[in-house]
Design a protein around this ligand. Structure first.
Ligand code: ARG
Length: 448
C-alpha cells in the first residue's frame, strides 16, 4: 500500500505507477533528501513536536540508510514513486512507528523544493571549480604566448592584428562573468523552503531558521506559496549552463576553424582528436565539435523548463516533477564538457609563425596606415579614402602595403615619409593600441 493510500480503495494501475514515478531520475538526490530529513527531524525533536529520543533514533537510522545507499545495498522501488517516499519507506521498515513521525509538519512539496536547491547548490560549486580550472588554463596559455600576433577578425574577414593572448583573454572574461553568475545564482537558491508545507505553511511550531542554519542555508523563504511553486532557481541554473555552453561553443568554433588546413593556427594533440574510419589522413576536432553540438541540448533544457512552468497556477503541480531531468541534463552536460575542453586547450600546439604570416596578409595594417596620415595632419575621412585607394592598388599589383616603395607611397600622398614602414609594422599596430583593454602587450600584461 502507498504511504498516501488511506483514502483509496484500489491499487494504482501499474501504467500510472510507471508514468508517475520519478525515482529513476530523482534517486540522485538521495543524499540531499536525507540531509534535509536529518535537519527536519532534529528540529522536530528540539521543538518537542516529536519526542526527543524519537528524533535521535530517526537521525541515526537515516544515517544508516545513507551509508547503505552509498554501499549499493539499497534498491529503490518504482512503487514508492520518488526519492522522498523511498527514503521514508525504508525508515519506517527499519524503525516502524517512530519512522512515521518524520513527515510531521512537512510536505513533499517543500521537501522536493529543498532537495533540488541543495543539489543544485553543489552543482554550482562544482561547475565554479571547473570554470576556475578553465580560466587558469587560459591564463597560462596566454602568458606562454604573450607576444604571438594573429589576425583579428570582424565578419570573419581579417581586420586588425591582435595578440593571440588578447584573444584568449576575451574568453577568460566571459568565463569570469559566468563564474559570477553562478555565484549569484547559488546565493539566490540557498534559501530554505521547509516549513512552507503543502502550500499554506504548517500548524506546528517549526523552527525554520534552525533548519536552514543546519543546512548551511542563508535564510528561509518568506511566502509559503512561493516556497513550493518557485522553480526560478532551476531555470536560472539552466540559463547559466546555456551561457557557459554558448561561450564554449563560440570558442569551439574558433578551435575548429584554427585547426583546419586553411588556417593552421593550432594543432590539437593526438590524444584530443579523432580519426576517420575511411580517410586515413584525417584528424578531426571532435571534442570541440561536440562541445558546440551539446550547446543545443542545454538550450533545449532551458526552453523545456521555461515552458513547463509558463502556465502553472499556484501552488505545486505535478508538471513540476519535469524540472529535474532538464536541469540535471544541463548540469551533467556542462560537467562533461568543461574538463575535456580545458585539457584539449591545455595540450594544443600554437603555430605562432602561421598566425603571424596570416596577420601579414589581408591588409590588417590599413587602419594604422590611415592613422599615420591623420597623425601627419590629414582628416581621418580623407586618410580612409587614400588608404582605400592604396589597398585597391596593392590588390591589383599583388603586394602588401609595406611592400610599396616610398615613391609609390608618395604618389598617393606627399605626407608619407620613410617612417611609414615602422608605423605599419605588426608590432606597431599591436603595441600602439595601448588604451585600457586594448591589444598592446602592456595592456594584455595588465589583464593577465
Ligand atoms: N516527485 C515529486 C516531484 O518531483 C515530489 C513532490 C510530489 N508532490 C505531490 N504533491 N505529489 O515534484
Amino acid at each position: 500500500m502507498k504511504l498516501w493510500g488511506g483514502r483509496f480503495s484500489k491499487e494504482t494501475d501499474s501504467l500510472v505507477d510507471d508514468f508517475n514515478s520519478s525515482i529513476r531520475f530523482d534517486a540522485r538526490m538521495y543524499r540531499q533528501d536525507i540531509e534535509g530529513s536529518i535537519a527536519h527531524a532534529t528540529m522536530l525533536g528540539k521543538q518537542e513536536i516529536i519526542p526527543y529520543e524519537n528524533s535521535v533514533l530517526i537521525v541515526k537510522t537515516l544515517n544508516e540508510i545513507l551509508a547503505d545507499i552509498e554501499d549499493g545495498k539499497v534498491e529503490f522501488s518504482v512503487d514508492a514513486e520518488d526519492i522522498h517516499m523511498n527514503v521514508e519507506k525504508l525508515l519506517i521498515e527499519r524503525i516502524g512507528d517512530v519512522g512515521k513521525q518524520l513527515h510531521t509538519g512537512r510536505s513533499r512539496n517543500d521537501q522536493v523544493a529543498l532537495d533540488l536547491r541543495l543539489y543544485l547548490r553543489e552543482q554550482c560549486d562544482d561547475i565554479c571549480d571547473m570554470l576556475m580550472e578553465l580560466t587558469k588554463t587560459l591564463k597560462a596559455l596566454a602568458s606562454k604566448n604573450i607576444s604571438v600576433i594573429m589576425p583579428g577578425y570582424t565578419h570573419l574577414q581579417k581586420a586588425q592584428p591582435i595578440l593571440f593572448s588578447h584573444h584568449l583573454l576575451a574568453y577568460l572574461e566571459m568565463y569570469r562573468r559566468d563564474i559570477s553568475r553562478l555565484r549569484e545564482c547559488r546565493e539566490r537558491l540557498n534559501i530554505s523552503p521547509l516549513g512552507s508545507g503543502a502550500l499554506a505553511g504548517t500548524t506546528y511550531p517549526l523552527d525554520r531558521e534552525y533548519v536552514a542554519e543546519m543546512l548551511n542555508m542563508d535564510g528561509v523563504t518568506v511566502n509559503s506559496l512561493d516556497g513550493v511553486s518557485d522553480r526560478d532557481f532551476a531555470i536560472e541554473v539552466c540559463f547559466v549552463m546555456s551561457m557557459i555552453m554558448m561561450h564554449t561553443s563560440r570558442f569551439a568554433e574558433e578551435i575548429i576553424l584554427w585547426s583546419s588546413n586553411e588556417f593552421g593556427f593550432v594543432e590539437l594533440d593526438d590524444a584530443f582528436s579523432t580519426g576517420s574510419s575511411i580517410m586515413p589522413q584525417k584528424k578531426n576536432p571532435d571534442v570541440a565539435e561536440l562541445a558546440r553540438g551539446k550547446t543545443g541540448r542545454v538550450y533545449g533544457d532551458l526552453i523545456a523548463l521555461l515552458t513547463v512552468m509558463k502556465g502553472l497556477p499556484l501552488a505545486y503541480n505535478k508538471d513540476m516533477q519535469e524540472d529535474k531531468e532538464q536541469v540535471f541534463d544541463a548540469v551533467d552536460t556542462v560537467k562533461m564538457t568543461l574538463p575535456v575542453f580545458t585539457k584539449m586547450l591545455d595540450t594544443m600546439t600554437v603555430n605562432s609563425e602561421t598566425m603571424r604570416n596570416a596577420a601579414l596578409k589581408g591588409f590588417t595594417n590599413a587602419t594604422d596606415a590611415a592613422d599615420y596620415l591623420v597623425k601627419n595632419g590629414m582628416p581621418f575621412r580623407d586618410a580612409h579614402k587614400v588608404i582605400g585607394e592604396i589597398v585597391a592598388y596593392c590588390i591589383k599589383s599583388n603586394k602588401a602595403i609595406e611592400d610599396m616603395s616610398i615613391g609609390e607611397f608618395k604618389s598617393f600622398s606627399e605626407l608619407f615619409e620613410n617612417d611609414i614602414y615602422e608605423a605599419v609594422s605588426l608590432e606597431n599596430c599591436v603595441n600602439l593600441r595601448d588604451v585600457t583593454g586594448g591589444t598592446a602587450t602592456n595592456q594584455v600584461k595588465q589583464q593577465l
